[in-house]
Design a protein around this ligand. Structure first.
Ligand code: PHE
Length: 450
């Protein structure tokens, strides 16, 4: 029965294929757009410090928990939890994840669309000559408040996402992420070196890496934890879904470790580009929020020989990184409708894509296109509710489910299947049963009651 189920759903071609798909999901706008934004808004280095702790102590454990559920059950999140604990309310974790996925996709694709717009801008030479911070601010405002352009690029991104999903995630992603992600990585290192050697970069490095612990507060911990879940694609079943395609022979612990490590590395490097540049070229404040990277990246390209080419390449690769994440957001609800409701992939991809499109319209228009939506910061509300709170809540439920309902014993048996070692199991058990759920619950309560 199990092998029949396996052969129908398919598995990743190799462990490497899974690693590429999962890192593709994790690495995206969360690292390069959202991470610098929340660092800048939350006091710089203290935030970075708490973030690294959150990834190491909580994020990694939750990732392993999601992968274990997925691989054990070989199903979408709803079906997986239902097969482990039949007819229990725990499967709501899966439903919540589907809704969260569509909601995050709705504003994420708007942003990815804006990157596509910036790619086109780079080709057309919009940032040639002496680029100043006023100029990059103006360019961003003009672009983001043009409803037709923003909606057009948003639609393009959603279309590409739904198209790739309808073909099946397992076939295609590996082929191009294998080549493109390493190029993005090299380019990021190169840009970081340039930023760090700008005259006046020192202040930025200090802001980013020298923590002032007197600034530490609950808001910082809340956003650091939310950012860890967002960036690692946790709390909504993405890693349950991707884990469900992992081969029984593969090592889940090293997979979770690798994905967490590379995702964190890219985010930290993105900060090493943004903050030194920001302080070296005055005019943009670190807490300028969501527009930060759109204003800062063109500045650093203008400080490089051949900057236009680098700029084009960068926005293109970032767009690819964003699309490997939008795919993983849409895959969660699609896997449910394909597995449980027997829909075709195409039907599920089109209908779920349309839901994201409808919800995304007000987000797209809240960047300056429509006044009251902009004032209300529609997209930012969705980001707060789904990108922070719902992911943290989902992660809490996953810890409780694995730690207390299914039980760590069975989870560990799955992790060890095929004779794998699990040397850090005591730390993981402590994290999944006590540390992570208590920390998440405490922070959520504190934030909600204020
Ligand atoms: N982790 C992705 C990023 O950093 C976003 C994402 C969140 C994808 C949740 C899937 C699930 O860009």
């Amino acid at each position: 029965m199990e092998s029949q189920n396996l052969s129908q759903r398919g598995t990743w071609g190799s462990k490497a294929a899974f690693i590429f798909a999962a890192t593709g999901s994790a690495i995206g706008l969360g690292n390069i757009w959202r991470f610098p934004m929340v660092v800048g808004e939350n006091g710089g280095a203290v935030f970075v410090f708490v973030y690294i702790l959150a990834v190491a102590l909580i994020g990694f454990s939750v990732m392993l928990a999601e992968l274990v559920i997925g691989r054990h059950a070989q199903k979408n999140p709803v079906g997986a939890i239902d097969s482990i604990k039949p007819r229990s309310p725990w499967k709501s974790i899966g439903y919540l994840g589907m809704i969260t996925g569509i909601a995050i996709l709705s504003y994420y694709a708007v942003l990815a669309g804006m990157l596509a717009g910036y790619f086109v801008k780079m080709i057309s030479g919009a940032f040639r000559g002496n680029v100043t911070s006023q100029m990059t601010e103006q360019t961003f405002t003009d672009f983001s408040s043009n409803p037709f352009l923003v909606l057009f690029f948003f639609a393009v991104v959603l279309f590409i996402t739904a198209y790739i999903i309808s073909k099946g995630v397992k076939g295609g992603i590996e082929r191009y992420t294998k080549v493109l992600m390493p190029i993005l990585f090299v380019l990021i290192i190169f840009l970081a070196i340039r930023a760090l050697t700008l005259p006046g970069a020192g202040e930025g490095i200090k802001f980013y890496l020298s923590p002032d612990f007197s600034k530490l507060n609950f808001k910082i911990v809340f956003f650091a934890l939310g950012q860890a879940f967002f960036s690692l694609s946790l709390g909504m079943g993405t890693m349950i879904t991707y884990g469900s395609y992992i081969n029984k022979k593969d090592n889940l612990v090293s997979s979770a470790g690798w994905v967490s490590f590379s995702d964190t590395l890219i985010a930290l490097l993105a900060g090493l580009i943004i903050f030194p540049t920001l302080f070296a070229i005055p005019g943009i404040s670190p807490d300028s929020g969501p527009s930060l990277v759109f204003k800062v990246f063109p500045l650093i390209f203008s400080k490089l020989p051949g900057g236009q080419i680098f700029g084009m390449l960068f926005f293109l690769l970032l767009l690819v990184a964003a699309i490997t994440s939008t795919i993983s957001l849409l895959e969660v609800p699609v896997a449910y409708f394909v597995d449980e409701r027997k829909w075709s992939r195409t039907k599920a991809a089109v209908l779920m894509g349309l839901c994201a499109a409808l919800l995304g319209i007000p987000s797209a228009l809240s960047w300056g296109g429509v006044k009251f939506l902009t004032k209300f910061e529609f997209w930012a509300k969705i980001d707060l509710i789904f990108g922070n709170i719902a992911l943290a809540f989902g992660a809490l439920l996953i810890c409780l489910f694995v730690g207390w309902v299914w039980g760590v014993k069975k989870a560990i048996a799955e992790i060890k299947s095929g004779g794998k070692k699990f040397t850090i199991r005591h730390i993981w058990i402590f994290s999944i049963k006590y540390l992570s759920p208590i920390a998440i619950l405490f922070i959520l309560i504190k934030i909600i009651i204020g």
